[in-house]
Write a protein that binds this ligand. Structure first.
Ligand SMILES: [Fe+2]
Length: 416
């Protein structure tokens, strides 16, 4: 493979614009005995908006060329920053975003597609345009954001029985980039389950897509901090709903309903949230929906300071907030609609056996169809034994199973 040189590119890391670089040179490793050796890169003429440390703690980078091509540099590590004109490092891959993107949502056989690849790509671009605009103090392009939310809502409305399989949209490392898209998707699904009209779903989706836009005004060192925030840092973080609301007010052509999602998504149902500490129905329904989606997605995604939780564990945490943080009606809708045990997850059964979830049951989310992997005595099950837990009421799931305990390598999941 030949070297590739990209000229005049903007660099993003998650929700943050990092800087520009005159040249990005990608040098694929040599092939030796059918194995590719480590690939390297050089950034020439890097102008960082923040300290270079902000770059060094991330795993994936997004590069956008002036001609519109976008690349994802996977698992990169900067190795030399002594020469600021030529910053070099190693990386696993450098792929065109569009080619890389299908991995964001690999659809298990038999599962309905909730939001198409094209719409996700579009949403991805809208989010990155928002970043650009806010960074240079321009208003947000509400037209393209509305367009993408329109697609999202239309697609979700078309499959009313689809359960959300969130495990499939977690391939990208960078949290804030995909977080906004996930939260918008989850919010629209929840809104639909709660009987929100299609027109209003557009407002809900738009507000949810923009809910964290105020974070663009929070210091990167705080956003990426590996550990507990100090009081002063947390106070700055707590400004993001208000700052986001102000950004959206300046952008015009965005409804108050959508703007309130941004302003109120950290309010708590029983009070004591921020910025205002309002409670109950003082908080808009859409903000109450978005706060459940926001927390769920945050818990089930890898962050710099902790690994992702299994959906089951995240739901347990969310349900524990039923008395204080969340609107019980929204949580009930959440339990009805979401696949706690998505296809591909490992589960422990009440008789001590272990199974792999094949298909969720839309009507009974706690009772999917599974394939038995380990018998109750721990011995591997060689033959294909499928159990529809809906038909086997004596058997139930007691929790998520840990792949390492089962000695099943996560990188090579068992054949379904
Ligand atoms: Fe937030």
């Amino acid at each position: 493979m030949e070297n590739t040189t990209l000229f005049n590119i903007s660099i993003f890391s998650g929700y943050a614009y990092v800087g520009r670089c005159r040249e990005f040179v990608w040098i694929p490793g040599d092939m030796i005995a059918h194995q590719r050796m480590t690939s390297t890169f050089v950034m020439r003429g890097l102008e960082c908006s923040y300290e270079i440390d902000a770059l060094m703690i991330r795993k994936d980078l997004y590069l956008r060329c002036d001609d519109g091509r976008e690349y994802v540099v996977g698992n990169f590590q900067i190795s030399d920053i002594d020469d600021s004109e030529n910053i070099s490092g190693i990386a696993e891959s450098c792929d065109l975003l569009f080619e890389k993107f299908p991995q964001m949502k690999t659809i298990t056989e038999g599962e309905q597609v909730l939001v198409s690849k094209q719409t996700q790509v579009m949403a991805f671009k809208v989010v990155s345009n928002v970043i650009n605009s806010v960074r240079v103090g321009q208003s947000v392009d509400t037209k393209s954001a509305k367009e993408v939310v329109g697609h999202m809502v239309d697609e979700i409305i078309q499959c009313p029985d689809a359960l959300m399989n969130l495990i499939n949209i977690k391939s990208f490392d960078d949290y804030t980039f995909t977080h906004n898209i996930n939260v918008a998707t989850l919010s629209v699904l929840l809104g639909q389950e709660l009987g929100v009209s299609p027109d209003e779903l557009h407002e809900l989706g738009l507000g949810a897509l923009m809910h964290d836009v105020g974070k663009l005004k929070v210091s990167l060192s705080i956003l990426n901090k590996d550990g507990k925030l100090t009081d002063a840092e947390f106070n700055e973080m707590k400004q993001h709903p208000t700052m986001g609301y102000e950004i959206l007010c300046k952008s015009g052509d965005i409804s108050e309903q959508a703007r309130l999602v941004c302003l109120q998504h950290h309010e708590k149902f029983q009070g004591r949230g921020y910025p205002k500490g309002i409670k109950g129905e003082e908080i808009s329904l859409f903000a109450r929906i978005c706060s459940v989606a926001d927390v769920y997605d945050a818990l089930t995604t890898d962050r710099p300071y902790r690994t992702a939780m299994a959906p089951y564990d995240a739901v347990k945490i969310i349900m524990s907030g039923v008395d204080s943080q969340f609107d019980p009606a929204v949580l009930t809708a959440f339990m009805r609609r979401f696949s706690i045990y998505p296809s591909g997850s490992l589960v422990m059964l009440s008789n001590g056996s272990v199974g792999l979830v094949l298909r969720p049951n839309p009507k009974t989310v706690l009772r999917p169809t599974i394939k038995l992997l380990r018998a109750a005595d721990g011995s591997p099950v060689v033959d294909r034994v499928e159990i529809d837990l809906n038909d086997n009421k004596s058997l139930f799931i007691t929790g998520a199973a840990d792949a390492s305990v089962l000695n099943i390598r996560e990188s090579a999941p068992p054949k379904i």
